[in-house]
Design a protein around this ligand. Structure first.
Ligand SMILES: [Zn+2]
Length: 416
């Protein structure tokens, strides 16, 4: 049994740290297949891993390009040394990423990252590629927000969720809309009317099931968007004739034409909508930042920025959402003197002193603890029921946030 209150010294990274690192690693591209990813689940024999790395290193002798060969061998060498330091794998396993991160043609710069993730690594995985393998880590940082999926044509429909990268089916429906051939003796008009009625009731059924599947999520703010697709006109009818509940209709981010319908087409739908999904994630981030700037402009007192004002508001429980730029790079350093005076300082990592003079008694204060600010904020936010959003700098709003210092908050109420 693990004690939930135990200090996280060897528990490894939390979700936010991991998210930050994954974003960073995701941007790195090798010029050749020279970026090494290695996942080791808990309980693995580290000496076996060591042997494996040695054999991969000699395997790499066969790489034709000298630069690539050297870079791969150096990356493996760095991982090998780390592996030798670890006698047992941490509780959740460990992952290593190493490779040349230098942007320029010249001297390579081989970096290594060691990740002890917040959830167990499921399987051993090794790859040398132009990019790092990050899927297993990305799976750990998805939250319980989902995209709603609806695939339909006149014969069948499927309703499901996309959570992170996994697709789950919620409902499958078959329609009773008959084909175009009518039975002998039926009047053409009557038959057409019947088909129309049946299609209408099928669309109503799709809308009902969608409401059951998505409306609560939407109201809890856990529905990131709805994606609708299918072959033919039924998907268009569903949307254009307002079958969906109004609150769900507003969540539709895209509609896609597909080759197939039904449960089997949910994956095709997600693939087609990939770009819209990425855009919609950026849209959510942008909206958060815009909300902050709107408050600021209106001078309604519901925006704070800068580390100390944000921390203060957070501790008061006044924060709705904290926004931290993915490029924000700040640490909290805690000092203590022999007379038990304490002091907390926010600094960039390189500028943290090992000791400072106590302003109360003049004795030396010793550095007790350093924490990444993102952890400090994440912990406080959780305690206070505030949201935390890591904001990418890939869009203009993200850069505006970075220009404001990289940390900001939207408040629930004004505090001054
Ligand atoms: Zn003191």
């Amino acid at each position: 049994m693990t004690d939930p209150n135990q200090n996280d010294e060897d528990v490894g990274m939390n979700k936010y740290q991991l998210k930050k690192l994954v974003n960073k690693l995701d941007d790195i591209r090798g010029r050749n297949t020279e970026l090494v990813s290695l996942y080791i689940p808990a309980g693995y024999d580290m000496s076996k891993i060591s042997e494996f790395i040695t054999s991969e290193q000699s395997e790499a002798e066969n790489i034709k390009s000298k630069h690539t060969r050297t870079n791969v061998q150096d990356a493996l060498g760095k991982i090998g040394r780390k592996v030798q330091e670890e006698h047992t794998t941490p509780e959740n396993g460990v992952a290593f990423f190493a490779g040349n991160v230098s942007d320029t043609q010249g001297r390579p710069e081989i970096n290594i990252w060691e990740v002890v993730p917040p959830q167990p690594i499921e399987s051993r995985h090794y790859r040398c590629d132009k990019e790092f393998v990050l899927e297993p880590l990305k799976q750990m940082i998805v939250d319980d927000s989902v995209y709603g999926l609806i695939v339909c044509d006149k014969n069948e429909a499927a309703i499901g969720y996309l959570q992170g990268n996994s697709i789950k089916t919620a409902y499958t429906l078959d329609s009773e809309v008959p084909g175009k051939t009518r039975a002998g003796g039926q009047s053409a008009q009557r038959f057409a009317r019947l088909r129309k009625e049946m299609l209408k009731s099928f669309l109503g059924e799709i809308a009902d099931k969608s409401q059951t599947a998505f409306l609560d999520k939407a109201r809890e703010d856990k529905l990131l968007g709805i994606i609708v697709g299918g072959p033919g006109f039924v998907k268009d009818k569903l949307l254009d004739d307002d079958y969906l509940h109004q609150e769900l209709q507003e969540k539709v981010i895209t509609r896609e034409s597909l080759g197939h319908s039904g449960e089997g087409a949910l994956k095709e739908l997600v693939n087609r909508a990939e770009e819209s999904i990425e855009d919609s994630q950026a849209v959510l981030e942008k909206q958060e930042v815009q909300r902050f700037f709107k408050n600021l402009k209106e001078e309604n007192g519901k925006s704070e920025y800068g580390l100390e004002p944000v921390m203060k508001a957070l501790k008061m429980g006044a924060v709705d959402t904290v926004l931290i730029s993915e490029d924000y790079d700040m640490f909290e350093a805690k000092y203590e003197c022999d007379n038990d005076h304490e002091k907390t300082v926010f600094e960039k990592e390189a500028e943290i002193d090992d000791s400072v003079e106590c302003s109360e008694c003049g004795e030396e204060m010793v550095l007790e603890e350093i924490s990444d600010i993102i952890d400090v904020v994440a912990e406080k936010a959780e305690e206070m029921g505030s949201e935390l959003e890591i904001i990418s700098t890939d869009h203009e709003e993200g850069q505006r946030l970075m220009n404001m210092g990289g940390i900001a908050a939207v408040l629930r109420y004004r505090i001054r």
